[in-house]
Each structure stands twice: as structure tokens, then as C-alpha cells.
Design a protein around this ligand. Structure first.
Ligand SMILES: *Cc1c(COP(=O)(O)O)cnc(C)c1O
Length: 430
């Protein structure tokens, strides 16, 4: 039975604790969650106090919260229709988003599949790779080559290409597709000899497995949830060469890196993949939407497979509301000097976080684009670090040994300074 009663924060939190699962959180012995009841610009109201959002709601809210342009896009499209099926029907919001994605992604990427979340887009991309190989006469090519330290989502195929330790493959032994793992690329700034040694190992692994390999999948330039690990752009050219040499499709998972976060609109501008996955910031963090953008050759290869079609079609494929918001978000981004914003945020984070290297317990600090990372030499005490950050007026969500931030691009200098103080307090407490 449902009742509508005026519920206060304590009651809401109590109900949440009893009934709602949170990401990677125990249902029966949950770590605390905090109640958000408002969000504006780069700030969230958490347990009644405004805090600077250091996470952009997991890379997504690049324009901050309640942006008038995005709010208007919601209202306009909801006033027409929020959803219609995409099987046998189409609509302007999907077409306009498709047009934008084709225009702003590198030349050659021109066929668009709209999926409903990042993980689903990775599933679709991997299915496309297998169907392409079948359609071009290579049914035995069934494995993906990837690197250690990656993260590609939480569904089973996505877990299979996520780092075996971070993705807890041992727990799923016998259930995950078996993929081929190469060493993690060296850290950004590595010398040429180190990059060359990594490339040699990778080539060797590709040679050994070439008969069974179908494609390569990586997060280009920056591994995110697997460890916040930026790596040299030279590694991308190596991946492209190996893919071409062995007839593999190269998949770039830019779900986290897309839309300017690293200082490139897309990392794919450095090296063009055959298949590009986008998500997270695609709708400016308003609703879930992802896209898979491929070359014409991929589409043609798939058409040669038995079914001739991509065997995937989610209920909410091409959701008009999500597409309308995504187009508005892209226009908003391209209408600003986002590159200058990202490099300004990055510079300020680099300056602010560098002194933390001297703090006991800190192993490293690094920045790339509008991302700042502090790595501890021990697992973070997440509850203590989060409490310290919130007390300093900042929202952070550390994991493993990492306290990190990728703030909304609209963050002000004052908010950035507060963010740096919050990270510092979290580091000392964590
Ligand atoms: C977040 C993420 C995913 C998964 O996206 P969801 O929308 O959470 O399913 C996949 N790959 C990368 C690189 C991500 O950062």
C-alpha cells in the first residue's frame, strides 16, 4: 500500500538504508549515504549544506546542475513527446544528435548506434566486432585484446575486458568470456624506451593470439575507474598499427574521456578507432544515454554477417528526451571556449595538488585535462576521507587508493580553491 506522508530527511534516509541498493555497497551493512535535495551550477546541497561537486556525478555533469539551456531542452522535448520506440520509427531529436556526433567525431566515424548506458554501448561495440569478423569470413576470431588496468562497465562482457583483479575475475571464473590481456601502458611522461618495450610486449601477445583475436578495446589516453592512469599518446598509434596488421577492429571506450575532459574533445582525434563508445557527459549528466559511432567499413562488414543486422535493439533506443538534451549539451559545450576552461582547471588543480606529494601517506599526484588525482600508499578510508571533504564543503567519492576530482567545467576559481582544500583534508583524513 502506498501512502503520501510528509517525509523528513531522517525518515527518507532510514527507508533508503532498508530498501535501496547503492553502487558497490552492502545492503545489510551499508556505508552511510547523504541526502541531496538541491543542485545548482557546480554545487550540491548535501544534508542541508551546499558543497562543491568534485565528481561531476561521475564525469557526466560537465555544465553543472540546472543549466538553463539544458533545463529548457528538457521542457521543450517533454512538451512534444518524451519517448517513442525506435523500431520502424524515427524522430528529429535522434537525427539531430546523430548529425552532431558524425560532425564532431573524427572523419571516418559516421554510423551511429544510440544505446541507453555506457555498459550497453560497450556490449554493442563488442557484438559489432564479432559480427564484423563473421561477416568478413573470420568466425574463429572471437576474443578481445585489451590492457591491464582498464574499466569498461559492469555487465558481463564489459567485466570480461575490465582489469582481471579490479574486475574480480576470480569471482566469476568460468562465467566471463576469456579475453587476452596485455600489460598496462606506461604512465604518461614515460621515456621512449619504456613505451617501445611496452609496444614490443603487446606485439608479441598479438602475434601469439592473432588467429583468435577479433578486436582491441581500451580507454584511450586515460584509464578511469580502473585506476585514474594517464598514459602516453604514442601508445595509441601502437594499438592502431597492431589492429591494422592483424585485421582487428580498434574500439576506443571514450565514455569517460569524451567531450573535452582530457583537453581533447575526443582522444580519438589523436588516433581514429574503428568504433567509438560515448556516454557519461553525452547528455551533460542529465539522463542516461550512450552512443556507438563506427566507420562505414564496420557497418558493411556487419551487413555481410549471417543476420546482416546488429543484433541489438534496446526498448529505449534513441530516447527523444535524452537525444534532445544531448544535442543541447553538445551545442553548449562547443559554444564556449571549453578548451581554455579545461586547461585553466587543470593548471589550478596541478598547482593546488602538487604540494600534497610531500604529505605522509601520499604516493603520487597527477593531472590530465580537467582531472586531478592524488594516489595514497594505502587504501583510502573512504568514510573518513568523505567526512573530511564534506566538512570542508566538498563532495568527493574516493576509491581504492585514490582521491580524485573531475569537476564540472563551469566551476569558479573560488569553488576550485575550496575543492583543493577539500581534497587536502580528505587526503589527511584518508
Ligand atoms: C562509466 C564507464 C562505463 C560504463 O558506463 P555506464 O553508463 O555506467 O554503464 C564504461 N566505460 C568507461 C570507460 C566508463 O568510465
Amino acid at each position: 500500500m502506498t501512502t503520501t506522508v510528509q517525509t523528513g530527511p531522517e525518515e527518507l534516509l532510514a527507508y533508503d538504508r532498508e530498501h535501496l541498493w547503492h553502487p558497490y555497497t552492502s545492503m545489510t551493512a551499508p556505508t552511510p549515504v547523504r541526502l541531496v535535495d538541491d543542485a545548482r551550477g557546480a554545487q550540491l546541497r548535501v544534508d542541508g549544506a551546499w558543497v562543491v561537486d568534485g565528481m561531476s556525478s561521475w564525469w557526466a555533469a560537465i555544465h553543472g546542475y540546472r543549466h538553463p539551456v539544458l533545463d529548457q531542452a528538457v521542457t521543450d522535448q517533454a512538451g512534444r513527446f518524451s519517448h517513442v520506440m525506435f523500431g520502424g520509427l524515427t524522430h528529429e531529436p535522434a537525427i539531430e544528435l546523430g548529425r552532431r556526433l558524425v560532425d564532431i567525431t573524427p572523419d571516418g566515424l559516421e554510423r551511429v548506434f544510440l544505446a541507453d548506458s555506457g555498459s550497453v554501448s560497450v556490449e554493442v561495440a563488442m557484438k559489432m566486432v564479432l559480427q564484423y569478423q563473421r561477416g568478413t569470413g573470420h568466425p574463429d576470431r572471437i576474443r578481445m585484446l585489451t590492457v591491464r588496468g582498464g574499466y569498461h562497465g559492469d555487465t558481463f562482457d564489459c567485466m570480461s575486458v575490465t582489469d582481471p583483479v579490479g574486475g574480480m575475475h576470480a569471482m566469476w571464473a568460468g562465467l566471463l568470456p576469456q579475453q587476452v590481456f596485455a600489460p598496462q601502458p606506461p604512465a604518461a611522461g614515460a621515456d621512449a624506451a619504456t613505451v617501445a618495450a611496452w609496444a614490443t610486449t603487446l606485439r608479441h601477445i598479438a602475434d601469439q593470439h592473432h588467429h583468435e583475436l577479433a578486436g582491441i578495446i581500451v580507454e584511450p589516453l586515460l584509464q578511469g575507474a580502473g585506476g585514474m592512469h594517464p598514459y602516453p599518446p604514442e601508445c595509441l598509434a601502437v594499438l592502431r598499427e597492431i589492429a591494422d596488421e592483424h585485421g582487428l577492429l580498434l574500439v576506443f571506450d571514450e565514455i569517460a574521456t569524451g567531450f573535452g575532459r582530457t583537453g581533447h574533445l575526443f582522444v580519438s582525434e589523436i588516433v581514429t578507432p574503428d568504433i567509438l563508445c560515448l556516454g557519461k557527459a553525452l547528455t551533460g549528466g542529465y539522463v542516461s544515454l550512450a552512443a556507438v559511432v563506427t566507420t562505414d567499413a564496420v557497418a558493411r562488414g556487419i551487413s555481410g554477417s549471417d543476420s546482416g543486422v546488429v543484433m541489438h535493439g534496446p526498448t529505449f533506443m534513441g530516447n527523444p528526451l535524452a537525444c534532445a538534451i544531448a544535442s543541447a549539451s553538445i551545442d553548449l559545450l562547443l559554444g564556449t571556449d571549453w578548451k581554455a576552461r579545461v586547461s585553466h582547471i587543470g593548471d589550478r588543480l596541478a598547482t593546488g595538488l602538487a604540494p600534497l606529494r610531500e604529505v605522509p601517506g601520499v604516493a603520487d599526484s597527477r593531472t590530465i585535462g580537467a582531472v586531478g588525482v592524488v594516489q595514497l600508499d594505502h587504501p583510502v578510508d573512504v568514510v573518513a576521507a568523505t567526512d573530511a571533504a564534506v566538512a570542508a564543503g566538498v563532495w568527493l567519492r574516493p576509491f581504492r587508493d585514490l582521491i580524485y576530482t573531475m569537476p564540472p567545467f563551469v566551476i569558479s576559481d573560488d569553488e576550485l580553491d575550496r575543492l583543493i582544500v577539500g581534497i587536502t583534508e580528505a587526503v589527511k583524513a584518508g
